[in-house]
Design a protein around this ligand. Structure first.
Ligand SMILES: Nc1ncnc2c1ncn2[C@@H]1O[C@H](COP(=O)(O)OP(=O)(O)OP(=O)(O)O)[C@@H](O)[C@H]1O
Length: 454
């Protein structure tokens, strides 16, 4: 139903207009002056505003100016007496869409409102188109060539069209957000927002208001009702990155929102329905966190319906050069740079502990170093520590009173399985083992556990 806001300090005029429009099926709200109208527009989106020009507090001229400054593009129709037709013309110059002179008849008002509604449709369509284009520009392309990533993308595309909860696992910088965004783009929600939230970047006392929004006066400084990320993502996808960092106190509220598909803003009691697809990501061992009571088990099961593991870059060497070439083109000064064959080999030899993010940083540095020659050689990459002297070394500290090697092994096997979403082949790769050797380890581990229990 179309929503119209009538702004007039004369109550008789508001009532008359309101009656005319409600009779024709419009939903009507009233404001007594411009400032009152601005407050109403902060909470509700109207299709058309019908306003008087002369009003106390904030007049019509000031109202339209304030609306446009606040990026509220709703069409405004002014009502004016014959004597002030000059000011109506002035209003049109300020951006009003039309005006009606007093005394007016019902047919004239309805026609003007219809015209304003058509204009509003065009404005909304235009805004949506611009937003979609901006989203496309922002969203990174997903670049891959390796078999490993082919499998990841196949899984992602498989789950895209259903609203199943996806948990993306992988080291930092492997592209978890890029994959989450790909799932969104391939889903039925693609025309709506993809809203990323980094749970590790929000201080624990603000997490709930950030996710669920808050009511005016909910806490000191809560001057206005504010929507949270859940509401902002309505119709679209909410990407909860670093979900392992969500404070345990907030996990219950997230679980309720996911399970019951409704939530309340902080300080409010109105139930707001959730129409959001949630994708979570983590580089932590959530299962271990569950065992240590740092992550709720029920929430773990809820978000881990469909795990997708992204292998680290060192385990999908086939992606390194295509990614490097793609990343170079994303820098305005890197469009016509080249990589020599030796440089490509050097990139493939390096272990990339920071994954694709580190690759992008290294390339940025190289592009700057080779601004004159426009060719990145193995020498340009000399600062990358490659080779057996530095790879494969792990600094593990022996506890003062020693530790059973078997225990360390067991912990690593568990961590690898968790990071690989229980996929044994991938977990084996993470530990540099063949699948059969890994299976033996798992079997021994299970046998030991059974013996302990007996
Ligand atoms: N396959 C890919 N194609 C194109 N760009 C990629 C790809 N993977 C990663 N990137 C780029 O690498 C950077 C890191 O990726 P992203 O933020 O998705 O990683 P992440 O795993 O979510 O990291 P973190 O765990 O630190 O949040 C981004 O700039 C992203 O655009």
């Amino acid at each position: 139903m179309a929503q119209i806001l009538i702004v007039d300090d004369e109550s008789k005029m508001r009532t008359l207009l309101s009656m005319m429009l409600t009779k024709k099926g419009f939903a009507v709200d009233q404001a007594v002056h411009g400032r009152d109208a601005m407050e109403k527009m902060a909470k509700t989106t109207y299709d058309v505003v019908i306003s008087d020009i002369k009003m106390p507090e904030m007049d019509g001229r000031q109202l339209i100016k304030t609306m446009r400054e606040n990026k509220i593009l709703t069409p405004v129709v002014f009502i004016t007496a014959f004597a002030t037709i000059d000011s109506a013309v002035d209003m049109m110059q300020q951006g009003a869409s039309d005006y009606v002179t007093k005394p007016f008849d019902e047919a004239r008002i309805l026609l003007t409102v219809q015209k304003a509604m058509t204009l509003n449709h065009l404005i909304v369509e235009n805004q949506e188109m611009k937003a979609a284009m901006a989203r496309d520009r922002q969203a990174h392309d997903l670049v891959f060539a390796s078999k490993e990533m082919e499998q990841v993308v196949a899984l992602a595309e498989n789950v895209a069209t259903v609203d199943t909860a996806v948990l993306i696992l992988g080291e930092s910088g492997t592209g978890k957000e890029v994959v989450a965004n790909h799932i969104h783009k391939k889903s039925l929600r693609a025309d709506n927002r993809f809203v990323p939230v980094n749970c590790a970047a929000i201080s624990s006392n603000l997490v709930e208001s950030e996710l669920f929004g808050y009511e005016k006066g909910a806490f000191t400084g809560a001057a206005d009702r504010t929507r949270g990320k859940f509401e902002f993502a309505t119709g679209g996808t909410l990407f909860l990155d670093e979900i392992g960092d969500l404070p345990i106190e907030s996990q219950g509220k997230l679980l309720r929102a996911l399970q019951e598909k409704k939530f309340q803003r902080v300080g409010g009691n109105q139930e707001i329905p959730v129409d959001v697809r949630v994708i979570c990501a983590t580089n932590r061992d959530l299962e271990q966190m569950v065992n240590q009571s740092r992550f709720r088990q029920d929430l773990y099961y809820r978000v881990n319906v469909f795990p997708i593991f992204i292998p680290p870059l060192r385990q999908r060497k086939g992606d390194i050069v295509p990614l490097a070439r793609y990343i170079m083109t994303t820098f305005s000064f890197g469009k016509d740079h080249e990589l020599t064959d030796a440089a490509c080999r050097k990139l493939q030899e390096y272990t990339w502990p920071g994954n694709v993010r580190e690759l992008a940083n290294v390339l940025e540095r190289c592009l700057i170093l080779t601004r004159d020659t426009r060719t990145i050689t193995a020498d340009t990459l000399a600062f990358l520590q490659t080779g057996p002297a530095t790879t494969g070394q792990v600094a593990v500290r022996l506890p003062a009173n020693g530790i059973a090697l078997q225990k360390v092994q067991m912990s690593l096997v568990k961590q690898a399985l968790a990071a690989a979403g229980n996929n044994q082949t991938t977990a084996a790769k993470l530990l540099g083992l063949s699948r059969s050797k890994f299976r033996v380890l798992v079997k021994n581990m299970e046998e030991d556990k059974n013996m302990e229990e007996e």
